[in-house]
Design a protein around this ligand. Structure first.
Ligand SMILES: N[C@@H](CCC[C@H](N)C(=O)O)C(=O)O
Length: 277
């Protein structure tokens, strides 16, 4: 089977073109291929498929084999893949996902996609829809004790569940210890992606992320959107924010007229390969 490794600011997935290939058991395949010692090495796999409601469809599986509803860094890579490989030759295209059809705006120079802006839709703050078990309709800046520490917690869905915490210094976070504990805390019936945010100014934040099903990754697009929305909702930043992640920067704007969140960032090919399955 042919595959392509791509990354969006270091959030790396193995992409399979299902216009040509057939994948039998994607969960099992993701566990096998994502292994950085015995597999190819990635944060998961992404299937690019035909769709009857959009230009193509994306399905994402985390490194532990769990299926996710949406992937912000992945969808930019899908845009670059389908454009540059001639599957969808449009600079505005629609991609179907488990969390609905998303519109992508490609920035093209000399036939290459240099960045992609994605209309990520509206953030969902309703606790039961995220889902998070909490005795209030919304969880914005709520004090919660996890383990030995109390955090100011904001929960939001960007098609997938996010828990945003504010910290003084992201580099001091013991993410390997705190990340898995929070991801699997009983208040998250479907587990959650955990974002640690250090506010630098009204326009800039540092972020580290512990992703549900993949552990610490170098970036998370839906997580950066959740973080920007959480920062604005807590009056810590304005509605346009540059999020500095381990693998690079994403630019997020939460539009006050439409309530939609727009994410802009790069997408890159790493290599193509063949695997025995
Ligand atoms: N890295 C992604 C999100 C991938 C899915 C996530 N781990 C989940 O289980 O919800 C992104 O860039 O958004």
């Amino acid at each position: 089977m042919k595959f392509t490794k791509m990354q969006g600011i270091g959030n790396d997935y193995i992409y399979i073109n299902c216009f040509e290939e057939k994948v039998q058991n994607p969960s099992e395949l993701s566990i096998k291929l994502s292994d950085r010692h015995f597999g190819i090495g990635s944060d998961g796999i992404i299937l690019i498929e035909p769709s009857d409601k959009a230009d193509c469809r994306m399905d994402i599986y985390n490194a532990d084999g769990s299926q996710a509803m949406m992937c912000g860094n992945g969808i930019r890579c899908v845009g670059k893949y389908v454009y540059e490989r001639g599957i969808v030759k449009k600079d505005v295209l629609k991609v179907d996902t488990m969390s609905g059809v998303k519109t992508l705006y490609l920035d093209i120079e000399d036939g290459k996609v240099v960045s992609v802006t994605v209309d990520m839709g509206s953030p969902e703050f309703q606790t039961e829809k995220i889902p998070v078990t909490y005795p209030k309709d919304r969880m914005i800046g709520e004090p919660v004790v996890f383990g030995e520490a109390e955090y100011s917690v904001t929960c939001v869905s960007m098609g997938n569940p996010h828990c945003v915490l504010f910290v003084d210094d992201v580099n001091q976070v013991e993410i390997e210890k705190v990340g898995p504990m929070l991801e699997c805390d009983g208040i998250f019936p479907h587990r959650a992606n955990i974002e640690f945010i250090q506010v630098l100014s009204a326009e800039e934040v540092n972020m580290r992320v512990w992703e549900r099903g993949s552990g610490e990754t170098w970036a998370c697009g839906t997580g950066a959107c959740a973080a920007a929305v959480a920062c604005a909702a807590n009056h810590k930043t304005g509605r346009s924010v540059t999020v500095h992640l381990r693998g690079g920067d994403l630019h997020i704007k939460w539009d006050d007229k439409t309530d939609k969140v727009f994410m802009r960032g790069p997408a890159e090919f790493v290599f193509d390969g063949m695997m025995n399955v």
